[in-house]
Design a protein around this ligand. Structure first.
Ligand code: SF4
Length: 213
């Protein structure tokens, strides 16, 4: 990352975290991936049951590995022995103590935008898990809510589809969202989290690095 970009992240990040705290999120700004990992491990209790929605950011900071290493209780759908068990884990995750995810975009005034296909990720964000921990790189921050929605639709979603090699969506060919409405679309649910209720349930670690997409 260019030093100018890093300096910009370190200048803007604490302001965005402050705006999120004014909206009742429990938000922190940290400058590095290493600090993000330490903060996440501090927030998650050793006896907490942890699960997650699709998040590459948690992997990028080494969080899942660190949780496994300290013997955390985890609901990991990728360890399911059958499709039925996978669905069961997805349902159980809605009652976990800490649900890990990232955000598709965050506006500079502290609102969060997420797009989901099946909806398990945004369902957990809205209600269910005792705590949600959002870990997001500063590359997710957009100047305002309109720009955040544009980012989620035109950057995050058309990139996310490449995580699924067998999925055929028109954005894979076009390289941008063309507002498809077919059965394969991964863009069914659009959620803007304007305020965190109850206060402090959604923890946010904003990281001064480029993480996720
Ligand atoms: S083309 Fe369809 S699947 Fe791709 S980003 Fe747009 S709405 Fe989502």
């Amino acid at each position: 990352m260019l030093p100018q970009v890093k300096a910009n992240y370190d200048a803007l990040g604490p302001q965005v975290a402050k705006k999120m705290n004014e909206r009742f999120f429990e938000a922190y700004y940290v400058s590095t991936k290493e600090e993000a990992l330490a903060k996440a491990l501090e927030l998650i209790g050793k006896d907490d049951l942890v699960s997650w929605g699709g998040t590459v950011t948690a992997d990028q900071i080494g969080l899942k590995d660190a949780l496994y290493a300290r013997g955390q209780k985890m609901l990991d759908r990728d360890k399911a022995a059958s499709p039925e068990e996978r669905v069961e884990i997805l349902h159980k995750a809605l009652g976990c103590d800490f649900f890990l995810m990232s955000a598709n975009a965050i506006s500079a005034d502290g609102q969060m935008v997420n797009i989901d296909g099946t909806g398990n990720r945004v369902a957990a964000l809205c209600y269910g898990p005792r705590n949600v921990l959002v870990i997001a790189g500063m590359n997710k921050v957009a100047p305002n809510l309109d720009a955040a929605v544009l980012r989620a639709r035109n950057v995050a979603a058309p990139t996310n589809v490449f995580r699924f090699p067998d999925l055929q969506t028109p954005c894979k060919i076009a390289g941008k969202c063309i507002d498809c409405k077919g059965e394969t679309s991964v863009c069914a649910q659009f959620v803007t989290t304007r305020l965190c209720k109850p206060a402090g349930r959604i923890k946010v670690i904003l990281v001064g690095e480029e993480l996720g997409f």
